[in-house]
Structures are given as structure tokens and as C-alpha cells.
Design a binder for this molecule. Structure first.
Ligand code: NAD
Length: 249
């Protein structure tokens, strides 16, 4: 059975990592994919591979985000799934003592404000349809103290959790589900870049994963597909952990 047959999914950060794997997964299950990314060549590639389309946009730009959903509905008639996933990780030591205000603001903009904007402009279309599923990418670090020294990142993901919970409750009676998905460490360019700069950090992080390995992007994509599908029809306002058991250990 094709769970996403006839459904349209907008995926931010679809050019790489988790977003890319999810675009491939949802497309394989029948969805029409609208890939959104800053990176034009990666975005065009995933659009070609999924048979969908690509919109080059910066998810921190309100007018650009509004246009993404308007163009999607104009082209395909609906937006059934919004996977708000684009994000960045601060490259250097991001402790409270060293993080400057500009770096802090940038991380909040890309990781949290973008989710606010995507929800703000996806929701009116979903309300009109009387249905929709939103999945926002948070992180396991949002609910764990001392898991990382990345304070701006951790705070931004905590905001994603709170926003998702609030919207999930608020829109449940309108047939719209909103969930946060919290991955553990995943083998994506984002993580590889971070650990290349600090290999010991990778080893330290790995110690906490009961499976003794990091996730592959496809393992996160499978969970996104579940949450975005009707199989998760009674799940909203949740924080869905796909962290290899880190938070349980
Ligand atoms: P990635 O770097 O592989 O992919 C992120 C994509 O987002 C890139 O294609 C990039 O071009 C795009 N992007 C970045 N800023 C953008 C912007 N302003 N506008 C539009 N597109 C933008 O990263 P990933 O590891 O796949 O991470 C995806 C999400 O998962 C992020 O929100 C990240 O915080 C979260 N996450 C990742 C991990 C991990 O270990 N990789 C763990 C937990 C949570």
C-alpha cells in the first residue's frame, strides 16, 4: 500500500542528510515532493530523483517561506505534509561563555524561527483542507542536560519541541497533527563536519549510544514517514524520539 499516494509533501533541507532521505522515502511511498533548500544543485538533484519539484529558498526569509506554500498549492492543489527540517549546527565551541550574540541569533533563526514560519504558512492551507501533518525536526539534546556544549543549538531545539506541542494541541480538532521528531546522532554531512573538527567529540558522543553506532538518515526518514502518515492518526503534540536509546540510558 502506498501511504502517501495523492499527497503532497514540502520538505525543508531536502538537499542533504535527513531531509534528502525523507524525500526519497516519501516519494517511494507515493508522495509528490516539493524540496526546499538553500543549496540549488542539491535541491535540483533530489527533485530529479523524486520526480517532484525544487524551490530554492532560505527558510529564515518570511516572504520566501510564504511563497513556498503558495506555489505548492498552486502547482499541486494541496499541502498534506510539511517536514520542517532545515537546520544548522554551530561549528565551534558553543558554550555560554564563548557564544556571541550574532552566532546565537543565527542558530535561533535557522533552527527555530524557520519552523515558526513554515508552520505559519503551511497551516492556513491545511486548515482549508481540514487535514494535514506537520513534523518538525528537534533533537535528543533538547531534553538532555549536559549532552553537549552547544547551548544555542540545544535552546533552539527546545523551542521546536515547545512550539510543536503547542500547535499540536491547538490544531488537533481541525484534523491537523503536529509532532516533533528528535533524532540522536545521525551520519549526515552536518554531523560529519562537526566531528571532523573535533574527533574526540564523536567518540564521547558514541559512548552514550546503547547501539554503539550513529543512525543512518534512512532510519530517521522511516520514523518521519510513520509520523506523517495516517498510521500515526492518534499521535499529535508528541516528541517522537529516534535516538538509539540515548535518552533512556
Ligand atoms: P544536513 O546539513 O545534512 O542538511 C541540512 C540541509 O538544510 C542542507 O541541505 C542545507 O543546505 C539546508 N539548509 C540549511 N540552512 C538552510 C536555510 N536557511 N534555508 C534552507 N535550507 C537550509 O543536516 P542534517 O544532519 O540532515 O540535519 C537536518 C536536521 O536534523 C537539522 O534540523 C538538524 O539540527 C537535525 N538533527 C540532526 C542530527 C544529526 O546528528 N545529523 C541530530 C539531531 C537533529
Amino acid at each position: 500500500m502506498q501511504r502517501f499516494e495523492g499527497r503532497v509533501a514540502v520538505i525543508t533541507g531536502a538537499g542533504s542528510g535527513i531531509g534528502r532521505a525523507t524525500a526519497l522515502r516519501l516519494a517511494a511511498e507515493g508522495a509528490t515532493i516539493v524540496a526546499v533548500d538553500l543549496d540549488t544543485s542539491a535541491g535540483e538533484r533530489i527533485a530529479e530523483e523524486t520526480g517532484g519539484s525544487f524551490i530554492a529558498a532560505d527558510v529564515t526569509d518570511e516572504a520566501a517561506v510564504e511563497a513556498v506554500y503558495a506555489r505548492t498549492v498552486e502547482a499541486y492543489g494541496s499541502v498534506d505534509v510539511a517536514f520542517n527540517n532545515a537546520g544548522i549546527s554551530p561549528p565551534e565551541d558553543d558554550s555560554i561563555l564563548t557564544t556571541g550574540i550574532d552566532a546565537w541569533r543565527r542558530v535561533q533563526e535557522v533552527n527555530l524561527t524557520s519552523v515558526y514560519l513554515c508552520c505559519k504558512y503551511a497551516l492556513p492551507h491545511m486548515r482549508e483542507q481540514g487535514r494535514g501533518a506537520i513534523v518538525n525536526t528537534a533533537s535528543f539534546v533538547a531534553t538532555m542536560g549536559a549532552a553537549t556544549s552547544q547551548i544555542s543549538y540545544t535552546a533552539s531545539k527546545g523551542g521546536v519541541l515547545a512550539l510543536s506541542r503547542e500547535l499540536g494541541v491547538q490544531f488537533a480538532r481541525e484534523g491537523i497533527r503536529v509532532n516533533a521528531l528528535s533524532p540522536g546522532p545521525v551520519n549526515t554531512p552536518l554531523l560529519k563536519e562537526l566531528f571532523a573538527a573535533d574527533p574526540e567529540r564523536a567518540a564521547r558522543r558514541l559512548v552514550h549510544v546503547p547501539f554503539g553506532r550513529f543512525a543512518e538518515p534512512e532510519e530517521i526518514a522511516a520514523a518521519v514517514a510513520f509520523l506523517a502518515s495516517d498510521d500515526a492518526s492518534f499521535i499529535t503534540a508528541s516528541n517522537f524520539l529516534v535516538d538509539g536509546g540515548i535518552s533512556g540510558s
